[in-house]
Design a protein around this ligand. Structure first.
Ligand SMILES: [Cu+2]
Length: 630
């Protein structure tokens, strides 16, 4: 029997109970829809007391709306108290889109006579081969008569056969605009009515591709004595690492209370690590693409789109899986089996030296991997958090799946690349905002920007100009905390605890090693930038506030401006020697290639958190040697 913990995600029963309490106490009608139901996570300051209390209170946060008038509300529901404890009207806000609406919209459009007729004009008559794909978009681009309503716009796709790639043939020029509350077609844009999709090879299933499969030798990972980690409920322990796994509809996997054992105590490294937003502007201004600015976390939710993993395919070796529970828009729980994967991996050589007398001394490196996979319509994001024996934490993201394409027609050919016959893939960017609530040896930390600066020839103390100085500058307020990467100084950021000292007498710390960072390359006046001003900097630093979770605002769906980080940080609050949260913006600057078609080989990006003076020496000295015969 595993004890529950105040940070454990809501169970299926708790989700059901939350919906029932809210329906009962607020007398909700049949037109009510649940956008999100999640654990009301205890504030950091309350956690210790709650952990010690077996009857600790549990609560849920609900966001929903009434389809009949479009009004949205946010509620807190006490599960232990069986009551609604807060109810907030959210005028002018659109809660996240739901996959139920996406499916309803697809069904409605595929049965709509105007859509059927528009497709027939192109020679496309089998509606079972049609997929319509609804996107959310920015308020500034919604046609004037529909402003303020819950609006989606759609692509129409046509597949060759039942099992064919649904995203192989874009029906270019055809875009339904839909009111999602009345579920009615408002407009059917049709700018290329006679264009039949060209023949392409857009398939990836073995039986549909024109190439025989290559031969590969079997490769199996075995751990004869089982895995080296233990998973007790949501508490994960492996060698010297310990952490707690969380999950919600929006962030998907959340890592809590990450700590490293030093002697007989666990030293905190991070209180909470997650992805808080993903912004994907497509950089093509043509009628088929100008509305494509996806907020995959704020509009759709990584948790809602998490897919089940399969052994031997998604993860290799001795695996433990955790299920996750989300819900539909009626508040009914939905369990995602095998949503989170935990396993160990060999990671090559960890350290090595060859000495004439002592001989070869070498250690294999091992890492603990916690991962989940997300399918956002045509695209996949695979997220891996990796914990190493030397104290490093690596966060890797793989992007794969099917590119968005259109037929060249009116497309702006300079904004993308040809990937198949008359088939063009626009350039785009995937900005991911990682929310890193580090607690290095406790909550009170200071972030320092580190810049490497060379000496100049002629310095009396350094006549050959060889010296390199690393200047560390404390970030004292939120204005300082807006940081951009600088290649010329190999800029990085250290999170130090100035109240703690290592054995060398210097503050203990972790370093954010920036990689996969790139500039927004968007005019700040553009509607896309206005909604996601977070992408204007590589790093933002804020003081911890439990309710500051979403960098582009609580409700980026159909938003006009970014009501998150730019608004919070306008107060320019102090961030020195306090509980800091780092918001790191990284991702993929996706200049599409023919090789990304018909299914994209994983594009891989990552960033690292590395100990810097957290330990007195290499903490992996105690890793035992492997047996050479194995
Ligand atoms: Cu991409």
């Amino acid at each position: 029997m595993t004890n529950s913990h105040p940070l454990d995600p809501l169970t299926a029963d708790e989700i059901r109970q939350t919906a029932e309490i809210l329906r009962r106490d607020r007398e909700l009608t049949a037109s009510w829809r649940f956008a999100s139901i999640e654990l009301a996570e205890p504030a950091k300051s309350d956690l210790a007391a709650l952990e010690a209390d077996p009857a600790a209170a549990r609560a849920a946060i609900v966001v929903g709306w009434d389809r009949s008038d479009g009004q949205a509300y946010r509620a807190t529901v006490s599960l232990t108290g069986d009551a609604v404890t807060s109810w907030e009207h959210l005028p002018g806000q659109q809660p996240n889109m739901t996959s139920d609406e996406w499916h309803e919209c697809d069904e409605m459009l595929r049965a709509h006579p105007d859509v059927i007729e528009a497709l027939a004009r192109r020679g496309l008559t089998d509606m079972s081969l049609v997929l319509t794909d609804m996107w959310a978009y920015g308020a500034a681009l919604v046609p004037e008569p529909y402003r303020g309503r819950r609006i989606g716009w759609c692509d129409v796709w046509y597949r060759d056969s039942e099992q064919s790639n649904p995203y192989a043939h874009h029906v270019t020029g055809l875009h339904p605009v839909v009111d999602l509350n009345t579920m009615t077609l408002l407009e059917l844009e049709d700018t290329a009515p006679d264009d039949a999709p060209p023949p392409v090879m857009g398939e990836y299933l073995p039986r549909l591709i024109p190439t025989p499969l290559r031969e590969v030798a079997p490769l199996e990972i075995t751990q004869p004595d089982g895995a080296g980690f233990t998973l007790d409920g949501h508490l994960l322990s492996w060698q010297k690492w310990q952490l707690r796994l969380g999950f919600n509809h929006r962030e998907g996997l959340v890592l809590h209370q990450v700590a490293y054992a030093d002697g007989d105590r666990y030293r905190p490294v991070a209180h909470r690590l997650s992805f808080a937003e993903m912004v994907v502007p497509y950089r093509d201004a043509s009628p088929d693409h100008y509305r494509r600015t996806a907020f995959d976390i704020g509009e759709w939710g990584l948790g809602f789109m998490t897919t089940s993993l399969s052994l031997g395919c998604d993860c290799l070796g001795v695996i433990s899986y955790l299920d996750a529970v989300v819900h539909d828009f009626h508040g009914e729980p939905r369990t995602i089996g095998n949503a989170i994967c935990v396993h160990e991996e060999d990671s090559g050589v960890g350290w090595k030296h060859v000495d004439e007398r002592a001989g070869v001394e070498v250690r294999r490196a091992r890492r603990l991997v916690v991962s989940f996979h997300v399918t956002v319509a045509n695209y996949e994001y695979l997220v891996y958090w990796r914990f190493y024996q030397d104290g490093n934490i690596e966060c890797e993201v793989r992007a794969t799946g099917i590119l968005v394409t259109s037929h060249v027609g009116k497309a702006r050919a300079e904004n993308g690349v040809l990937v198949d016959a008359d088939t063009y893939a626009p350039f785009h960017q995937h900005f991911i905002v990682a929310r890193l609530d580090l607690d290095v040896d406790g909550p009170d930390n200071t972030v320092y920007v580190t810049d490497s600066r060379p000496s100049a020839v002629g310095d009396p103390d350094d006549p050959h100009g060889l010296g390199l100085v690393v200047r560390s500058t404390a970030l004292r307020t939120e204005a300082d905390g807006r940081q951009d990467y600088d290649w010329n100084t190999q800029r990085g950021w250290k999170v130090l605890n100035d109240n703690a000292r290592n054995g060398l007498g210097t503050p203990t710390g972790y370093k954010l090693v920036p990689s996969a960072a790139f500039p927004a390359l968007l005019d700040p006046a553009s509607p896309a930038y206005q909604r996601a001003q977070v992408i204007g900097h590589t790093l933002w630093v804020t003081p911890y506030r439990p309710d500051e979770r979403w960098p582009c605002g609580d409700f980026p769906n159909l938003s006009e401006t970014d009501s998150g980080l730019p608004v919070w940080t306008a107060a320019d609050r102090p961030i020195e020697n306090t509980d800091v949260v780092l918001w790191y913006v990284f991702g993929l600057h996706h200049i599409t290639r023919p090789e990304d078609w018909p299914v994209m080989p994983s594009d891989i990006v990552s960033f690292w958190l590395k100990p810097v003076g957290f330990f007195d020496r290499n903490p992996a000295l105690d890793v035992p040697p492997s047996h050479p015969d194995h």
